[in-house]
Design a protein around this ligand. Structure first.
Ligand code: PEP
Ligand code: MG
Length: 328
């Protein structure tokens, strides 16, 4: 496996038609960072900050958070790291919040989690904001908010960061050189109001794991439902197309950070829908970079348009055949 990584590490993901696709990786632990060089990813498109919270018996202190964030940015060097603010609660329960948390929730994935929890537990988000801003002193910070369903949630979360920024400024600390704020799109309702949200954003990242479970009302953690829907179903692909179309001509950087982007046919489909940034599990980075080099965007875009207008009986088989015909 190491040898396979090494072979693909230096592959530059340009399509046949010359477009550079960003192939980033997902991470969450200090130990994951070494993968960045091992697989040759363009950066970390999703750093799940809740991992530190999940493995800790008590709420991680701000200093401890700061050290982790700084180490991650040090290791990434010039490559961007997108830090997602905590996505705890719901199915990612932590013992020290449990007294008011999830035990009684019937639908924890749709419950009091992520930004919903973080905005109410303001102290928690403030501490995280300060840790991130201090860790990014003198460099560029990318922050992303999870589980946004309405634009005001983005405003409220950003305001917490801006307040901490003002505080650090008053303290005459070295501030980040630039801050890019982004949102995850994983709640379907957000797609209906994207025109209102996009002007506020620097980037938008589609979390296909949660998005698809909500679209199909099918629990992502229940193995009995694993075969219930396909990421290549017309419903999901049309939904993804809609999101991509909403960003056309806008100053927003669009990407995908769910598992969907790490699979060959799914990645192919996403590129055909207009996605140019994929953040995926490290093992998939090499294979997806290889895939990118074999495709022509105009060709797959045209094919996808046709299939989404008139969906074939089995989209997966159709895409597979299309790829085989081209030696992909
Ligand atoms: C997602 O929902 O697609 C996502 C990337 O976040 P997580 O898997 O951590 O919920
Ligand atoms: Mg999610």
């Amino acid at each position: 496996r190491q040898a396979a990584y090494a072979k693909l590490r230096d592959v530059e993901p340009f399509t046949r038609c010359g477009t550079r696709i960003q192939v980033m990786m997902n991470a969450g632990l200090r130990e994951d960072i070494s993968n960045l060089n091992l697989v040759g990813a363009d950066g970390i498109g999703l750093f799940r900050t809740e991992f530190q919270f999940l493995v800790s018996a008590t709420l991680p202190q701000r200093e401890k958070q700061l050290r982790l964030y700084r180490d991650v940015m040090d290791a990434a060097g010039d490559r961007p790291v997108i830090f997602r603010t905590v996505d705890i609660g719901g199915d990612k329960a932590v013992p020290y919040l449990n007294s008011e948390n999830t035990e009684d929730e019937e639908n924890p994935a749709m419950g009091w989690r992520a930004l919903r929890l973080a905005l109410e537990r303001g102290g928690l988000l403030k501490a995280q904001a300060r840790a991130l801003l201090e860790a990014a002193s003198g460099r560029t910070l990318y922050v992303m908010f999870p589980m946004i369903s309405e634009p005001w949630e983005f405003d409220a979360a950003k305001a917490v960061f801006e307040e901490q920024l003002a505080y650090l400024k008053k303290q005459r600390k070295t501030l980040p050189e630039a801050i890019h704020y982004g949102a995850m799109l994983e709640v379907p309702a957000l797609a209906e109001v994207l025109d209102l949200l996009i002007p506020k954003l620097s980037f938008l990242s589609v979390g296909t794991n949660d998005l698809t479970q909500f679209l199909f009302a099918a629990d992502r953690a229940n193995p009995k439902l694993a075969e219930r829907y396909d990421w290549l179903s017309p419903a999901i692909l049309r939904f993804m197309r809609r999101i991509a179309q909403a960003t056309v001509g806008q100053q927003v950087d669009l990407g995908v950070c769910g598992e969907m982007g790490g699979r060959q046919l799914e990645a192919l489909a996403l590129m055909g829908l207009g996605f140019r940034r994929l953040s995926i599990t490290p093992v998939s980075v090499g294979p997806i970079k290889e895939l990118v080099r074999q495709i022509d965007l105009a060709e797959i875009t045209e094919a996808m348009n046709g299939w989404l207008t008139n969906p074939p009986e089995n989209m997966r088989d159709t895409l597979q055949q299309w790829a085989l015909d081209r030696g992909i």
